[in-house]
Design a protein around this ligand. Structure first.
Ligand code: VG1
Ligand code: CO
Length: 586
């Protein structure tokens, strides 16, 4: 193959965050070297020992610049000596499908062209995720090497497929170049993914369940990558009607929406469920790249912390992947800012809970070592150990399995809310929310974190965290249980650092934690997925009430409002950022 070598100079700031690199799409469009430089750094970081003769998987969420980027990846993969690239037809692959394909093809890695839930289009964001051979997110050891390599890159190597034409990736099939030295295998993006889910769930039972008179599903694909997956799964495999899928066609700009599956971003779905007599049982949505999930019932939203807890509770009875495993679940994990609802279930099951930094990459070693079977984050991410990524449609199937099992036990359709209330009745209710301060100057967000470190964290340095107080049992709003009458009392503060129990990798400064006398918790950290220089300051709040009179009916905002206000005061958010209130409450 004719490799074209183009001299280049390093581009500063090609750094990765919580999940790959994200930048405004314009940054790539206006600088033709941006993506080639980054991909060359990836190739250089892997080294020829890994790339030559190896296979690679590539696909994206379909956003603006996806098609161009696929061609760049193919041309550079061929030049790097990869023997084979598997690509989703149309350049599409959801993140969990990419992860599964990396493992299924024994690839040396995967390249996911996505900025996940960030808005798309020429004025939106663009991004790239690097997957390890496990299928999961590249560990920091690799992303650190990639970032270092971006600063040392001197030339970019790419092949010319001839006449300036790229490779046709529109339909499945194999294309061979240079006498078979390089093969591009275009695959149906959804086929292998759905087959994998068939190994995890009992599709026959789910098919029978969704055919129950009165059952209805609405899945909002948010005009992002999951439309084709949802069709293959819900319509073709489970027999649901096509109208079960909303916004099912992937668009380059996601229809102008923000494919972040929370109730705030899925108003049509929420409204469809709320229509009296609509006959809908389950509402769900996924994000841009298909790894997040939202679970709704009519007039009811499941918090991500509760969802992880409930799936853990039901896994061994409702989901064959887990029930056929001798010895039950080995353990579970949640990211540190995720409210600890699952901890109570794990205690009842007598299995360990691992608490990790934010970002799926930290679950990877625990999954690979077989220490955990389920894990999740408060950012609407949940998955099992069938794949090393969070998996949005897996979560929907898991909830269908829970609902089917509950219906079997009750001899009638059981709603999402009834399942959640049953969990609260058994384990108590965990309240959780995230206050996001979006578009704050980076220096202001850093000042908030620094102020906490030198203030409250330093004040409690060297002290043990007091044991949790006896939980308050009434359902009243205003989180004053165990606190002063005039507000929540801070009893401890620290900064989370982590050492991986399997591979010993570590991470410091992963969030400041504030503990209150009532048992409530506030966690602060700065987002690592922002595409611009501005920062998003995240404030995570949680509290717990044992089940009792009225606990099921209090508002989360009432329970967490007081503690949130105190966290904002202690962190001097208004003073340091000029923001009196969060931009969004998630
Ligand atoms: C956010 C979430 C985090 C998630 C990450 C990637 O990171 O908080 O839980 O793992 O996005 O999600 P941050 O650093 O902005 O808080 V996604 O759907 O890209 O793959
Ligand atoms: Co995502």
């Amino acid at each position: 193959a004719a490799v074209v070598v183009t001299p280049t100079t390093p581009i500063a700031g090609q750094t990765t965050g919580t999940s790959g690199l994200r930048r405004p799409a314009a940054t790539l469009v206006n600088n033709a070297s941006y993506l080639p430089n980054l991909l060359q750094a990836y190739v250089n970081a892997l080294t020829p020992a890994v790339t030559v003769g190896a296979s690679l998987v590539v696909g994206g969420d379909g956003r603006y610049y996806n098609a161009t980027a696929v061609q760049t990846v193919l041309a550079m993969a061929a030049a790097a000596g990869f023997a084979r690239v598997t690509v989703g037809a149309g350049g599409l692959l959801s993140t969990p499908a990419l992860a599964g394909m990396v493992v299924a093809t024994g690839a040396a890695g995967g390249v996911g062209l996505t900025a996940s839930h960030n808005a798309a289009g020429p004025d939106g964001d663009w991004g790239i995720k690097f997957q390890a051979p496990s299928g999961g997110p590249a560990p920091e050891a690799l992303t650190d090497r990639i970032v270092a390599a971006t600063l040392a890159v001197t030339e970019v190597r790419a092949v010319d497929f001839g006449g300036g034409r790229g490779v046709d990736v529109s339909t499945p099939g194999e294309q061979s170049f240079w006498g078979g030295a390089f093969v591009v295998h275009v695959v149906d993006p959804a086929a292998a993914y759905v087959e994998r889910l068939r190994e995890v769930f009992d599709f026959d039972a789910l098919r029978a369940y969704v055919a129950t008179p009165g059952f209805g599903l609405r899945f909002d694909a948010m005009a992002a990558v999951t439309g084709p997956y949802a069709r293959a799964l819900f319509v073709d495999a489970l027999g649901l009607p096509a109208e079960s899928i909303l916004r099912g066609t992937p668009l380059e700009d996601f229809g102008g929406g923000h494919p972040d599956p929370s109730p705030a971003h899925t108003p049509d779905l929420v409204a469809a469920l709320a229509v009296p007599g609509a006959g809908l049982t389950l509402g769900a949505a996924s994000d841009g790249d298909g790894d997040r999930n939202l679970i709704l019932g009519p007039g009811f939203a499941v918090t991500p912390a509760d969802s992880l807890a409930i799936l853990t509770e039901f896994a061994a009875t409702a989901i064959p992947w887990f029930s056929r495993r001798p010895g039950g679940l080995p353990g579970v994990a949640r990211s540190m800012p995720t409210a600890p609802a699952v901890d109570r279930v794990a205690a009842a099951l007598r299995i360990p809970v691992y608490e990790t930094p934010t970002g799926w990459k930290w679950f990877g070693s625990l999954l690979a070592a077989g220490r955990i079977a389920l894990c999740g984050e408060e950012s609407y991410g949940t998955s099992g150990d069938h794949v090393a990524e969070k998996d949005g449609l897996w979560a929907v199937c898991a909830w269908l399995s829970v609902l089917a099992t509950a219906a079997d036990a009750a001899g009638r359709l059981v709603g999402v809310e009834e399942v959640v209330r049953g969990h609260w009745a058994r384990h108590g209710r965990t309240f959780s929310a995230r206050w996001d301060y979006i578009g704050v100057p980076g220096v202001s967000a850093a000042a908030v974190m620094d102020g906490l470190r030198s203030g409250v964290v330093a004040a409690f340095a060297g002290e043990e965290r007091p044991p949790p107080p006896p939980p308050r049992t009434d359902g009243d709003g205003g989180d004053s249980g165990g606190d002063r009458l005039d507000g929540p009392t801070l009893i401890h503060a620290d900064e989370f650092s982590y050492t991986d129990p399997v591979d010993g990798s570590s991470a410091a400064a992963q969030g400041v934690r504030l503990y209150f006398a009532s048992g409530a918790r506030g966690v602060l950290r700065v987002s690592g997925t922002d595409a611009t220089a501005a920062a998003t300051l995240r404030v995570y709040l949680d509290a717990y009430r044992p089940w009792g009179e009225g606990v099921g009916d209090v508002d989360t905002a009432d329970v967490l409002g007081g503690v949130g206000g105190e966290v904002a005061r202690l962190a001097r958010i208004a003073e340091l950022t000029g923001r009196d209130a969060p931009t969004a409450v998630v």
